[in-house]
Ligand binder design. Structure first.
Ligand code: GDP
Ligand code: MG
Length: 441
């Protein structure tokens, strides 16, 4: 994916505002790339639409290319989708003994993940942990968990032949209470495919065990299948989170994006290898970077934006303090407003102004208006922008037509500019303006 994106973004090197065409071209490739990374079609489509809305019309900071700018938008939206609304939280293990039920298909990495999480809780949180295998189908799997337990120095429930999964779960709970354990892991049996027998068993165990957490372990390499498995398990058993394993492989994390979007369940951990330490809490930022493979560009864009904004503020402050205010200055202000969330956003920030924001919106003061005004200024020549007094009827007609708008709208803009310019003249002489502008930006 990163290679492909790199190509797209190198091709886009024109400076200026991001045109709709720039964005659409770049995003067309991003869409294909997302699909190749195993993001489901509706999720990819939705995702692209949102990035397109956000990116179109935004200014391109000097020293970075429009393509890099689009990467930043893609990255930010990826992070937002992956993180969801709630902050990532640690495993719920209060009220000991807390039961954590591990579910998933056979071979997904359940037993390995169980041991990895047990090791973390023991070492990072100082918890006393008990492991119990409910895999009555496969004696070897029960042995496997016991061996891992010895390896990480965590107790496991003694194996008793002939017990059902529910009986083992009961015994594990009793043992956990008697033995003063903080956490007990129930590692259930998997099947190769979802079937009724498996689901019935897991449901019965769940009802007996009353787990604080039900973690679904899925193989991150299986892409779209992983998402279907998650939907099934969530529907039948109810899960509190997902662990994506094999994220150390060359799977590109597309499953993570669909997972979050389709199931709405948080990804809590990612497995990064076979070793007992190869597990990490899920970090949206990092997985987004992984899907894009372009962490450096994002950092670069952020830095460039900061520097540019500081320079711009400085330059404007100087002009204003001399009482200067032309169309370029106005455009910069309008763009700044858009960036800060537009009219609604600005007024929404002021206490008691919520109602005003609504009225302003109704009167036509909204982001669309800001964008129209910017388009009008863009339609002026350099000379006209520097000196709006030049604007006579024929020029006005040309400018309005260029922006696809009415002359009356241009007149409104000119009036607004005149008022602001007059204000600048008045305040500029008095000084103190520079300070004010700096704070405004
Ligand atoms: P279970 O059947 O769901 O209990 O799966 P296991 O825990 O037995 O894991 C099956 C195989 O996958 C084992 O060989 C594990 O070492 C391997 N495995 C588990 N998690 C990961 C991971 O995050 N990365 C890699 N590369 N291998 C893993
Ligand atoms: Mg197992």
């Amino acid at each position: 994916l990163s290679e492909r994106l790199g190509g797209v973004f190198d091709r886009l090197t024109r400076a200026g505002a991001l045109s709709e065409e720039d964005v659409i071209t770049a995003l067309r490739e991003v869409r294909v790339a997302l699909l190749e990374a195993d993001v489901s079609l509706p999720v990819a489509r939705d995702f692209i639409k949102r990035v397109q809305e956000k990116a179109t019309g935004s200014a391109v900071t000097k020293s970075i290319t429009p393509g890099q700018m689009v990467v930043k938008f893609v990255h930010d939206e990826l992070t937002r989708v992956l993180a969801g609304d709630e902050p990532p939280e640690a495993l719920k293990i209060d009220n000991p003994p807390a039961t954590i039920l591990m579910v998933g298909l056979q071979g997904s990495g359940k037993t390995t993940t169980t041991a990895k999480l047990a090791k973390r809780l023991k070492e990072k949180n100082g918890k006393k942990v008990l492991l119990a295998s409910l895999d009555t189908q496969r004696p070897a799997a029960m042995e496997q968990l016991a061996i891992l337990g010895v390896q990480i120095g965590v107790d496991s429930l003694p194996i008793v032949k002939g017990e059902t999964a529910v009986q083992i779960a009961k015994r594990a709970k009793t043992q956990a209470s008697l033995g003063g354990y903080d956490v007990v892991f129930l590692d259930t049996a998997g099947r190769l495919h979802i079937d009724e027998v498996l689901m019935d068993e897991v449901q019965a165990v769940r009802d007996i065990a009353q787990p604080r957490e039900t973690l679904l372990v899925v193989d991150g390499l299986t892409g779209q299948d992983a998402v279907n498995v998650a939907s099934e398990f969530d529907g039948k058993v109810g899960i509190s989170g997902v662990v994506l394993t094999r994220m150390d492989g060359d799977g590109r994390g597309g499953a993570a994006l669909s997972m979050r979007a389709v199931t709405g369940k948080p990804i809590r951990f990612v497995g990064l290898g076979e070793k007992m330490d190869a597990i990490e809490p899920f970090e949206a930022e990092r997985v987004a970077g992984r899907i894009l493979g372009m962490g450096d560009i994002v950092a670069l864009v952020e830095k460039a934006q900061e520097t540019f904004e500081a320079e711009q503020a400085e330059r404007m402050a100087k002009r204003f303090s001399k009482g200067l205010f032309n169309m370029n200055d106005l455009r910069m202000q309008l763009e700044q407003m858009l960036k800060m969330g537009g009219m609604q956003g600005l007024m929404g920030m002021l206490p008691g102004m919520g109602g005003m924001a609504k009225k302003a919106e109704e009167a036509g003061f909204n982001d669309k208006m800001l964008r129209r005004q910017i388009a009008l200024i863009n339609s002026m020549t350099k000379r006209e922008r520097a000196n709006p007094d030049l604007l006579q009827a024929s020029r006005k007609k040309r400018i309005a037509a260029g922006a696809g708008l009415e002359v009356s709208e241009l007149n409104k803009l000119l009036k607004q500019h005149k008022q602001m310019a007059d204000m600048m003249k008045k305040f500029g002489k008095g000084g103190g303006m520079k300070q004010m502008i700096r704070q405004m930006m």
